[in-house]
Design a protein around this ligand. Sequence first.
Ligand code: NAG
Length: 284
Amino acid sequence: MAMRFFLIACSFMAAIASAAGNLQRDLDITWGDGRAKMLGGGQLLTLTLDKASGSGFQSRHEYLFGKIDMQIKLVPGNSAGTVTAYYLSSQGPTHDEIDFEFLGNLSGDPYTLHTNVFTQGKGNREMQFKLWFDPTKDFHTYSILWNPRHVIFMVDGTPIRDFKNLESRGIAFPKNQPMRIYSSLWNAEDWATRGGLVKTDWSKAPFMASYRNFKADACVASSSGASKCASNGAPGSNSGWWNQEVDSTGQERMKWVQKNYMIYNYCNDHKRFPQGMPAECSIA
Ligand SMILES: *[C@@H]1O[C@H](CO)[C@@H](O)[C@H](O)[C@H]1NC(C)=O
């Protein structure tokens, strides 16, 4: 019912532009007392973390479906204990959430890319990866493709994870609650370094992560409950992301990533779920 209304509302809204580049227009710095900065007239955003505080930003709009890209360059050098979180989230106790979190490491040791999906307030769907490049040397594009049938996590266009809509099998899928983009750079020594095994080296502070080329080709939710869909017109007509799924080339690449770079998959963690694996794990 809600979906039907949404589709109708969406297809009658005018297209709005979504040119990449102006972070000032789309993002608001929300905390960090000057530690987050918008530079170059909105071309670049930097978050910093020191011993006293981290910093963060959020998107001005809430979205209900879309393809959202961000280029991020992570904290270089000894980044152990730092976490750069970049995620979509709605609010409230039954919130939906789609997470990318980058766990820093000692110089020369690889970052962990942690992903999770919450539906109706329930998460516990972690999958973790190493990356096939050094994410601190250059900007790389991290994307969330969210349409009514899939949540696809992508790195430089390569799908790494596909959370499918399995509502027909009784598994909740995020589709009714608008979500905002949030990002923060914070310290999580205890969590991010195997129980505090490695200490954050504060002599290297401030730590910095950089962002550019935010692009939300997405439906913008408004307070009235309606939704405006950018940028090539209504979803279903020529917005590729609305019907997108992982095609055969993408499947090959996703398999390659999961075989060679995945370091944790909740669906393989039988010890953790002695009373039975989550239902989606037995549906490929
Ligand atoms: C840091 O690197 C070590 C060595 O490769 C690895 O075992 C560990 O999981 C990494 N830590 C994080 C937080 O990624």
